[in-house]
Design a protein around this ligand. Structure first.
Ligand SMILES: C[S@@+](CC[C@H](N)C(=O)[O-])C[C@H]1O[C@@H](n2cnc3c(N)ncnc32)[C@H](O)[C@@H]1O
Length: 315
């Protein structure tokens, strides 16, 4: 029986929420489903190894002042998360997710209201392109942000919007077994977010990360993620957008020229991975048109998007 408080989040809308699988199955069929899911999860990128220093090299390449990380222009801020992860946002942002939220300033920074506090673990936070748009969209959100790149974490901390009352940032290899035990307590998070993080992991790394996600979520806590989908134009061997060298047999895993991995998932891969650690929910394929101004083209991208909940244990 768990004594941890259950998660405090806005109820998801029908559009965003994916139906959880039925939990009325018998214990033996649940055990069978669990083992099937485990086997399926371990098929993702099973034979591929990663280069633990590749992401640090990536951020150093994009940093104007080296490891100080005061000016790292790698990705754009992901303001669309107000829409995609709406249940983490305040009521105004949920009602009108298109409305831009300005950067926080010393005048608008404040401590969270403890009664409404929402604790979020952001995996693979990079320099904060997801963290800061979400912090703006809910002033009662607190974030633990982890990334394996010291330069990325330095950049996230150097952001003028960084506020130690609301953000803790750690350099962590989240693909290692028990990786976050030192910095995140059991059942202490209302939500875990992962934005283009899971695709950076090997099969073993994904397994360890899913175990940590299940450990840190409160009962009723939610995992929200968005990532690359197989079938996306970037995983199509004939396309000019191919991210790098294909390094597995079935065309899901690429190694970019800088050594970072890009796994393109089938929704079932991630359904299996998260159900195997007891989370309930669904990963689905979503499409989004993206305009590349440099190349002068608009392409339809396909992503996997998931919402999984840690069930409240029966007492
Ligand atoms: C594509 S970037 C996404 C960054 C950020 N989530 C965003 O929204 O822009 C993937 C991030 O995952 C991080 N990462 C990759 N492998 C990791 C690992 N094993 N542990 C922690 N972070 C990792 C990388 O350093 C990088 O910052």
């Amino acid at each position: 029986m768990t004594t941890a408080p259950t998660a405090r989040l806005a109820a998801p809308t029908a559009r965003r929420g994916a139906a959880a699988p039925s939990t009325s199955a018998s214990p033996s069929s649940r055990r069978l489903a669990f083992h099937r899911a485990r086997r399926a999860a371990s098929r993702v990128a099973a034979s591929v190894t990663d280069d633990p220093h590749a992401w640090e090299r990536f951020y150093l390449t994009h940093s104007k002042d080296g490891a100080k990380g005061h000016d790292v222009g790698a990705f754009k801020d992901r303001h669309y998360l107000r829409k995609v992860f709406g249940e983490l946002c305040d009521a105004d942002a949920r009602a009108s997710p298109e409305t831009f939220r300005s950067p926080l300033t010393p005048d608008t920074l404040r401590s969270v209201d403890e009664a409404n506090a929402v604790d979020v673990l952001e995996l693979g936070c990079g320099v904060g392109n997801s963290v800061y748009p979400l912090l703006r969209a809910n002033l009662d959100m607190r974030v633990v942000a982890v990334d394996c790149s010291p330069t990325a974490v330095a950049a996230l901390r150097a952001n003028p919007e960084f506020d130690s009352r609301r953000v803790r940032a750690h350099v962590v290899d989240a693909s290692a077994s028990g990786s976050m035990r030192e910095c995140v307590e059991d059942e202490s998070m209302d939500a875990v977010t992962a934005v283009f993080f899971l695709s950076a992991l090997t099969a073993n790394g994904l397994r360890h990360a899913t175990e940590e996600i299940a450990r840190v979520l409160r009962p009723n806590g939610v995992l929200l993620f968005r990532d690359y989908a197989r079938g996306d134009v970037k995983s199509d061997g004939s396309s000019q957008f191919v991210p790098g060298e294909r390094v597995d047999g079935d065309g899901k895993v690429y190694r970019r020229p800088d050594g970072t991995l890009a796994v393109f998932f089938d929704a079932d891969d991630l359904n299996a991975a998260f159900r195997s650690v007891g989370l309930e929910g669904t990963c689905k394929i979503v499409t989004h048109s993206v305009t590349n101004r440099k190349l002068g083209v608009t392409i339809d991208r396909e992503f996997v998007q998931g919402r999984f909940v840690k069930p409240v244990e029966a007492t």
